[in-house]
Design a protein around this ligand. Sequence first.
Ligand SMILES: O=P(O)(O)O[C@H]1O[C@H](CO)[C@@H](O)[C@H]1O
Ligand SMILES: O=c1cc[nH]c(=O)[nH]1
Length: 245
Amino acid sequence: MSSTPTEVGSTSTPTPHIDPKGVEIAETILLPGDPLRAKFIAETYLDDVRCFNEVRNMLGFTGTYRGRPVSVMGTGMGIPSISLYSYELIHHFGVKNLIRVGTCGAMQENMELYDVVIAQGASTDSNYLQQFNLPGNWAPLSSYRLLEQAKRVADERGQRTHVGNVLSSDVFYGADPDAMGKWARMGILAVEMESAGLFANAAAAGVDALALFTVSDHIVTNAKTTPEERQKAFTGMIEIALELA
Ligand SMILES: O=P(O)(O)O[C@H]1O[C@H](CO)[C@@H](O)[C@H]1O
Ligand SMILES: O=c1cc[nH]c(=O)[nH]1
């Protein structure tokens, strides 16, 4: 990371990628990859909404959900993108609970479109973790506190879930046709592109992170949702995440 804000700052002091212009950012934030999904979540679920970021159109909003402050912001796609936003949110704006709400490609045959995946851990083919110079291979895990709450809320709502290890991949269009099968045989539930970076940044800073996904397509059966459904139809996952705020 070339820019290293280390103190929690004021919301009138911008970082390179977030300029809240005085609008507060809540300690709990939902993080979809798509900034338009952030706008949809804010407009659909939050009261008293204010926009806190428009830099690069990576829209961020703060409002209340059942009276509690909560923010929601897009992260873009891939570990480099979510890593710089999560770093600034944690280290400059004091965010403590970071909940990714994404889409994923299912990799196990017992999974269906619109099932919710709760990431217990995130394996990765990215080199992002090497910067921590650990003397071995570190396993990026989600916060057990948030994981346990999310599973309980999902069960209460009758939402079908799968809890386990996901793959945060640097490649969407991979060159190796065998790669996904190898990960699936190690029990990986689904592929997405950000959570390992989010979990690493959260662990390094001692804050809590979780990732929830809606299955948008299936790597084995080739079932798919449409782009419009990807933006809007994932209400089960969003409603679980909002209960954690
Ligand atoms: O729907 P989002 O949250 O963007 O997540 C998934 O979708 C994107 C790829 O289409 C990647 O960001 C992947 O992680
Ligand atoms: O990263 C992703 C997200 C959804 N579906 C995939 O196949 N990959």
